[in-house]
Design a binder for this molecule. Structure first.
Ligand code: 5AD
Ligand code: FES
Length: 340
């Protein structure tokens, strides 16, 4: 097992069988996490990139079985921020020192292509790198956002097991999801994808496929997090993923993709109160603090127990800066794109 870890650390290449054996054995986890931490340090140094996350609408036309924002969930109070409010939150995020904004929402048809493009144009004037995370769109829509100035796009594949994907995301097609990722790449976006760890029916083999998929796609950002069952969804009684397994998928991804951006995800911290710091010491180099102001962050309930829902953006900025500097890392002052 240690020689597999060494091979990954030095060659950034592992076979599917090697990945499966790492995932299936817990004896050498700390060696795996240390190796991923070394690769991160060698390629990316001590800088941690912060992305300010604005969750601008929790309305979604999709019905993913794991997600609290699914359209059939009647127990969420829905909201939609108007462009002026989004720009106000962005201006505040600027004052806290953020260089990148992630605009995330459910798949909400209210935001037309013109509206998103206009918003992106205005936000670019505030000198941000802009990441969109607004779901599946057509090539033409992605192209229009890109021309308006969007730099990056996040769209998790969620799982590379096509039949599991189509079971958990009813009325959605795995092939269309792949088409979206390919279009985004062709349009020159920095591409972020990733998966949920611990979905019902997901195997270690399928997680190994996910990791190899990330590498084959040459994604610029990979975010993985544990699946956390939401009581307002059909998967309420499922077991959910563990922090440790999500951390292992993340660490192996770092071994294979030494120079990409990897966030310490919010879902990880939901399962372990020190989760983001542990992730930053196991291969991650990015944190995405929430910069949505007011009551809205409580309403963006993908899963229960989401951290920081009662805190303000100003508080989170100070909190996460303190945590990052306490482990000898520094907050990056640049836009934090992938540096090959
Ligand atoms: N647990 C953890 N993560 C979830 N997401 C959606 N529902 C859950 C859940 N129950 C993740 C999906 C999506 C991202 C925005 O949130 O992977 O891509
Ligand atoms: Fe929000 Fe620590 S990052 S309270």
């Amino acid at each position: 097992m240690l020689s597999i870890i060494d091979k990954g650390k030095n060659s950034h290449d592992l076979t599917k069988d090697e990945i499966i054996s790492l995932l299936g054995c817990s004896t050498y986890d700390s060696a795996l996490f240390d190796a991923a931490n070394c690769v991160r340090e060698k390629y990316l140094g001590n800088e941690v990139h912060l992305r300010g996350l604005i969750e601008f609408s929790n309305i979604c036309k999709q019905d993913c079985l794991y997600c609290g924002l699914r359209k059939d969930n009647q127990n969420v109070k829905r909201y939609r921020l108007d462009p002026e409010t989004i720009i106000d939150f962005a201006t505040k995020a600027k004052s806290y020192g953020y260089k990148t904004l992630v605009l995330q929402s459910g798949e909400d048809p209210f935001y037309t292509t013109d509206l998103i493009c206009d918003l992106v144009t205005k936000l670019k004037k505030l000198d941000f790198a802009i990441t969109l995370s607004i779901g599946e769109k057509t090539f033409e829509e992605y192209k229009a956002y890109r021309e308006a100035g969007a730099d990056r796009y996040l769209l998790r594949i969620e799982t590379t097991d096509k039949s599991l994907y189509e079971k958990l995301d009813p009325n959605m097609s795995f092939d269309n999801r792949l088409r979206c990722l390919k279009d985004l790449k062709a349009l020159g976006y920095e591409l972020g994808t990733g998966s949920l760890i611990g979905l019902p029916g997901q195997t270690l083999e399928s997680l190994a496929d996910d990791i190899l998929f990330f590498k084959a796609m040459d994604a610029d950002m990979i975010g993985v997090g544990p699946f956390i069952p939401n009581p307002d969804t059909p998967l309420q009684n499922e077991a959910g993923g563990t922090f440790n397994l999500a951390l292992k998928v993340m660490a192996i991804t770092r071994l294979l993709m030494p120079d990409i951006n990897i966030p310490a995800t919010t879902a990880m911290e939901t399962l372990d109160k020190n989760g983001r710091i542990i992730a930053l010491q196991s291969g991650a180099n990015v944190v995405m603090p929430n910069v949505t102001e007011g009551e809205y962050r409580k309403l963006y309930q993908l899963y229960p127990g989401k951290i920081c829902t009662g805190d303000t953006p100003a508080h989170c900025r100070g909190c996460i800066t303190g945590k990052i500097t306490s482990i000898g890392r520094e907050i990056s002052q640049d836009y934090g794109g992938r540096k090959r």
